[in-house]
Design a protein around this ligand. Structure first.
Ligand SMILES: [Zn+2]
Length: 636
């Protein structure tokens, strides 16, 4: 069947579900969704009836209803109406009209008050203005990245609509083959940590799960795009599990080389990934070496990104449906569930996951409709990888902070901008406000403050108690004035020359950035402490220091090599990790519903992938595999 034929078939099916008096003006693809335009006032009733549910059930497609441009009220009248309707406490900061889609976008400090009880306000707006209201949150901390993305999307609305139309056409093309023939090819991140990239293919479609960059490996930083199985032209979709560079760092590279398809991830993952990619471009520029992509490619990636919420089933190819679930690793991080064919085969990719509740996030999801094969991370998959409990690590941190402060030292904690930094911000805020440690200044350097601002824009993805605190008790640890952002070299000097303090700085693995600058200046003083709280990838300075190196070499501004002795006290607190320990991985595998038949291990050093896969085979009696990069497995 042709594409037009398929569209007509979908149109007929939708019309057959609608009340007779509703006249459909036009039907359009909008990425994975189908938009129905009408002039009929009763369109409102559809939202509250069972028609949408029926459509979703019988057609297995998501349908949105919109009014024709002629029907919609004048924008300035609509704006007045909305401002009159919504209580002042909602603090509306902006109202904008998307004429290409018939949406009115209401930005406010408290979107809950804009929505109203059970969505009553949104309904009123629809009934009286014939615009579809959409609410967004003004971040309580200003985020440059979110400002940039929102500005870009506003400017490129028509462009984005065209992009979504083309994506929709591709998704809804009819499938040709009956046999699925599902194959998994490892492009990167197998028997190693870094450059995660997995190619999933059926006879009809081809998708990538994560497109990462290995910042610790100068010789081989990119996924193996050059193997014959991979072709950018055949790619239907890219799905990003979470916003760490080893999972999202090479997405813009695909756009540089002609990819025009969608990127699926959660909203915070889109915002945080964009922040990291732009920062990466800037670092390459600063170091005077050509990066793998430019700002323009990052922008393309944003325009092609379709944010999804957890639990929403989405068509991404003629024979593949995608659902994202919480993975408990960082804000917006997701377990990826793929459903192939009609009831055919189900596949789960955990990405990086934590099967334990943390201060920031709920623990990873374990209930799924169906699972046949599971791809699981092995970062801490070795028999020795017992991670101490969070409580123990918090107690150890308290002791290190107290003793260092007492002897007049400074504490340097290198952190990834996204994830560990915010976990520590919450812990440190509590330590100081409860008087558990002395009230010394806490400095945030690098991308941390920007990443934290993005956290404040997406409270829906935080753990239930933190969300409750922020949204209903008005207590937001991220806004605490215990923290000071450092943004210039002079300020950095003041910190180094000043009194006892705590410094959270990027990069988390000491591969450049302010954390290395601080280390050079603080390393020789025995009073100071260096605390690792996150995984140190092989080949990074962080990993060498952790393994016992007590001297660091670097080239100073005058081009001379300088040697620094590390007299600083060095600690590792694994309990703050965002990854599951070996026993948490086991627990996850025992609790997951339903049980997969095949478990594939990736994202870990060679010995850990192999050891975890052996353990799962022996103890949990499952078929397991620990493939190497560029290997292909046939799943069905
Ligand atoms: Zn990660």
């Amino acid at each position: 069947m042709s594409f037009e034929g398929e569209l007509q078939r979908i149109k007929d099916q939708i019309i057959s579900h609608l009340p007779a008096d509703i006249k459909v003006k036009k039907i359009e693809f909008e990425g994975p969704e189908i938009a129905v335009y009408s002039e009929n006032e009763n369109l409102n009733l559809i939202e509250s009836s069972d028609i949408l549910k029926e459509l979703a059930k019988t057609m297995r497609k998501r349908v949105v209803f919109r009014w024709n441009a002629e029907k919609r009220k004048d924008p300035s009248e609509t704006e007045d109406y909305i401002r009159n309707l919504i209580v002042e406490g909602a603090e509306i900061s902006n109202i904008e009209f998307d004429h290409t889609r018939g949406e009115v976008i209401i930005e406010s400090v408290k979107p809950g008050l804009v929505i109203g009880k059970k969505g009553v306000n949104l309904k009123e707006i629809r009934m009286n203005t014939f615009w579809q209201p959409k609410t967004i949150r003004t971040p309580p901390l200003e985020s440059r990245t979110i400002g940039l993305i929102r500005g870009m999307l506003k400017k490129e609305r028509q462009n984005q609509k065209d992009i979504l139309l083309n994506i929709g056409k591709r998704i809804h093309r009819p499938a040709i083959f009956k046999d699925l023939d599902i194959r998994l090819t490892s492009l990167g991140g197998f028997r190693e940590v870094g450059r995660s990239c997995i190619l999933m293919q059926t006879r009809d479609s081809s998708i990538l799960l994560d497109v990462g960059l290995n910042v610790g490996n100068k010789n081989d930083p990119f996924p193996n795009f050059d193997i014959p199985e991979f072709s950018i032209r055949d790619l239907d979709a890219v799905i990003v599990s979470h916003a760490h560079l080893d999972h999202c760092g090479m997405v813009p590279f695909l756009f540089k080389y002609g990819y025009k398809g969608p990127v699926y991830c959660t909203l915070p993952t889109r915002n945080l990934s964009t922040m990291l990619q732009l920062d990466f471009v800037q670092i390459c520029e600063k170091e005077g070496k050509p990066g793998p992509y430019s700002k323009r490619d990052v922008k393309s990636a944003v325009l092609h990104t379709i944010p999804l919420s957890w639990g929403k089933v989405t068509d991404i190819a003629p024979d593949i449906k995608l659902t994202l679930h919480n993975s408990g690793h960082i804000l917006g991080s997701s377990i990826i569930h793929l459903h192939f064919g009609k009831g055919g085969f189900n596949f789960i990719y955990t990405g990086d996951f934590k099967y334990q509740k943390t201060r920031l996030l709920e623990k990873a999801a374990v209930k799924f409709p169906r699972v046949e094969a599971l791809l699981i991370e092995s970062t801490y998959g070795g028999p020795q990888d017992r991670i101490p409990s969070r409580q123990d690590s918090e107690r150890d941190l308290r002791q290190i902070l107290n003793s260092t402060i007492k002897r007049g030292g400074k504490i340097l904690i290198p952190v990834l901008a996204v994830g560990r930094a915010q976990e520590l911000i919450i812990v440190l805020e509590e330590f100081i406000s409860k008087g558990i440690i002395d009230h010394v200044p806490i400095f945030l350097d690098g991308l941390i403050s920007e990443a934290t601002a993005i956290h404040t824009a997406n409270p829906d993805f935080l753990s239930s108690d933190l969300r409750e605190k922020i949204l209903h008790q008005g207590k937001n640890p991220f806004l605490s004035d215990f923290f000071t952002t450092i943004s210039s070299q002079e300020e950095r000097n003041d910190v180094i020359l000043g009194g006892p303090c705590i410094i959270l700085a990027t990069s988390g693995m000491l591969i450049g950035g302010p954390s290395v600058q601080y280390l050079r200046r603080l390393a020789e003083d025995k009073k100071n402490s260096l605390v690792f709280v996150s995984y140190q990838v092989n080949g990074t300075l962080g990993s060498r220091v952790q393994r016992g190196f007590r001297e660091i070499q670097y080239t100073n501004e005058k081009g001379r090599t300088q040697l620094i002795k590390l007299n600083i006290n060095i600690f590792t607190l694994e309990g703050f990790s965002g990854h599951s320990s070996r026993s948490q991985i086991s627990q996850f595998l025992r609790r997951i519903q339903p049980r997969p038949k095949l478990v594939i291990c990736n994202h870990g050093e060679e010995s850990k992938c192999v050891s975890l896969s052996t353990m799962i085979h022996k103890k949990l009696r499952k078929a397991t595999k620990a493939p190497r990069n560029t290997e292909t497995l046939s799943l069905k």
